[in-house]
Design a protein around this ligand. Structure first.
Ligand code: SAM
Length: 281
């Protein structure tokens, strides 16, 4: 009861409105009505750490720009980083059985894949595992050059991803015993991604609502389970900018509950092996 009143006390209705605007502007995330509890619970420890009493005071401090790590801390706290190994397995089957064979038929071309909201790294490392195994069975494909660029807006998850060491639930969720020993080195209770699956993955900080053209062009983009947080206009903008940096015939993969329907007509939908991918027209 006391905890509730403390949490209520840190967030007035006008502060909630101002915070919604700040968050949408900073990272595209749309906080709907009635999510005050989420803001209070996620920002509580950050505000205690900086000894800030209310969300209004927090926003004031941000506008003075005295403490740049405050904005990073808010984004780390407000993003939902849920992920697990081989999430939506149908996508990895499609990568192995359709996308990589098709792309490897192009003469002498290197392969570039972007994991656009990579969270703590499970997605790009899984892509790397599938690509490496494909290369092992198809010697010399992609001119021996493959690159997986993994980005996220949260610096906290990027640090975790770069380490490539997973303990507790994050080491077990989605993995069979056979996959654990094939792809990881066991280190006490933790699993470390084997170097051969780590070396082709590079992690960078990037905000999907801002320019990412500097990342270069890609053959495949995984943009899974992140568009759901954005407005319709933001989704359309992100999808059309992704279409511009995909190579001809390139592929886009979205989360299984996401769709481009009504947001873009630049892709054709392909439904195969129990999954859906979008191919640039
Ligand atoms: C639910 S996780 C999805 C992780 C992974 N793609 C998957 O499907 O398992 C969503 C990720 O999107 C990131 N994110 C949210 N807004 C973002 C933005 N504007 N730019 C880049 N990443 C963002 C979050 O930090 C979070 O790690």
């Amino acid at each position: 009861m006391q905890e509730m009143s403390v949490k209520k006390g840190i967030l007035s209705q006008s502060d909630y409105k101002a915070f919604q605007d700040f968050l949408q502007d900073a990272c595209g995330i749309v906080l709907g009505a009635g999510k005050e509890y989420l803001v209070s619970s996620r920002l509580g420890s950050l505000m205690r750490h900086y000894d800030i009493a209310t969300v209004g005071d927090l926003l004031n401090q941000l506008s003075y720009g005295r403490n740049p790590s405050l904005k990073t801390g808010i984004i780390d706290a407000m993003t939902t980083n849920e992920t697990f190994w081989f999430r939506d397995m149908a996508h990895f089957n499609l990568l192995e059985r359709r996308i990589l064979p098709e792309l490897s038929n192009r003469p002498g071309q290197r392969l570039r894949i972007w994991s656009a909201a990579c969270s703590s790294g499970q997605e790009p490392y899984n892509i790397s595992m599938v690509v490496e195994e494909f290369r092992a069975h198809n010697r010399g494909c992609f001119g021996n050059v493959t690159e997986i660029v993994a980005t996220d807006i949260s610096k906290r998850v990027l640090d975790e991803a770069r380490r490539g060491v997973y303990c507790g639930m994050s080491a077990s969720r989605g993995l069979s015993a056979e996959q654990s020993s094939r792809y990881f080195i066991k280190n006490g209770d933790c699993l470390e991604v084997r170097p051969e699956f780590k070396r082709q993955v590079s992690f960078r900080h990037a905000n999907l609502t801002q320019g990412y053209e500097l990342l270069g062009r890609f053959d495949v983009i995984f943009c899974r389970n992140v568009l759901i947080y954005f407005s319709r206009i933001q989704k359309q903008d992100i999808l059309s900018r992704m279409a511009r940096i995909l190579n001809p015939g390139g592929y886009l993969l979205l989360g299984s509950t996401e769709s481009i329907s009504g947001h873009s007509d630049q892709f054709e939908m392909i439904s195969e092996s129990g999954g859906i991918v979008y191919r640039l027209k």
